[in-house]
Design a protein around this ligand. Structure first.
Ligand SMILES: [Zn+2]
Length: 254
């Protein structure tokens, strides 16, 4: 199974636009959260702790992940240019010579929703980004999405209308261009050593989205790390996908 690291470009509340009233950090996190759920059936998905900035951690040599543990790293951003620019691009390292079918599929899918393609048919090449450069040096596939312009009213109106379609456009690009199959062999865990277990929206101690009783069986879909570097399991219970503290999960036969 492919191992994918999803990265939200900035922390909650960062890069606020006075023009649109939204901030990039929260948009990044929301989109990464949707992608983690959508990709859970197809890949082993890890979310970089959303209360940390991977660029900052990289710069300070405090990364909580090892790039080489992943087949693909996908970093989500929204762009800004004084409110006056629009559109989407997937950004790749200038010297990367591998295939771009995944990235082209993602940007083509997003363009079908009405967003303008920037760069060369939606692809922008650069070599001035620390996370991207590190991935290039370590030969790990990496792409950075500038989803659209968070400081542009038209882009944000379109995005707010279509954000789940945008998330599906990205997930579909990754699933179909990588040729990922729906995985029916998820591990199953049973809740133990507690009376009930909180399922969290993200791998941290915040938003509870479900509570499951001891003895409940959960599908184990993937993992995420919190800002202490501790692993949480991504689980699905009924139609809810979220994160639980591993101590209370015992793997069982299906
Ligand atoms: Zn950004």
């Amino acid at each position: 199974m492919k191992s994918i690291l999803l990265v939200s470009g900035h922390k909650s509340g960062y890069n606020k636009s006075d023009i649109t009233g939204v901030n990039e950090g929260d948009l990044n996190i929301e989109l990464v959260r949707m992608l983690a759920v959508m990709l859970a059936d197809y890949a082993l998905v890890t979310v970089y702790p959303v209360d940390r900035d991977m660029y900052q951690d990289n710069r300070e040599n405090k990364l909580l992940v090892n790039y080489k543990d992943y087949d693909y790293i996908f970093e989500v951003h929204f762009n800004a240019y004084n409110g006056s620019a629009r559109g989407s691009s997937v950004q790749l390292h200038t010297d990367y010579t591998g295939g771009i079918s995944v990235e082209q599929c993602i940007i083509d899918n997003i363009a079908l929703l009405g967003f303008k393609k920037r760069g060369v048919n939606g692809i922008v090449r650069r070599n001035d980004l620390m996370n991207m450069n590190k991935a290039y040096r370590e030969k790990v596939d990496y792409a950075l999405l500038e989803t659209c312009f968070y400081d542009n009213k038209e882009d944000m109106r379109l995005y707010e209308q279509k954000k789940s379609e945008v998330a599906w456009a990205i997930a579909d690009g990754i699933i179909s261009a990588f040729g990922l199959d729906m995985d029916s062999s998820d591990a199953v865990g049973i809740v133990k050593d507690c009376s009930s277990l909180n399922v969290r929206e993200m791998p941290n101690h915040e938003n509870i989205i479900a509570i499951v009783k001891a003895g409940t069986k959960l599908k184990i879909r993937g993992a995420g790390k919190d800002s202490d570097g501790d692993i949480w399991y991504q689980v699905t219970y009924k139609n809810v996908t979220g994160y639980v503290w591993p101590k209370y999960i015992e793997f069982v036969d299906r």
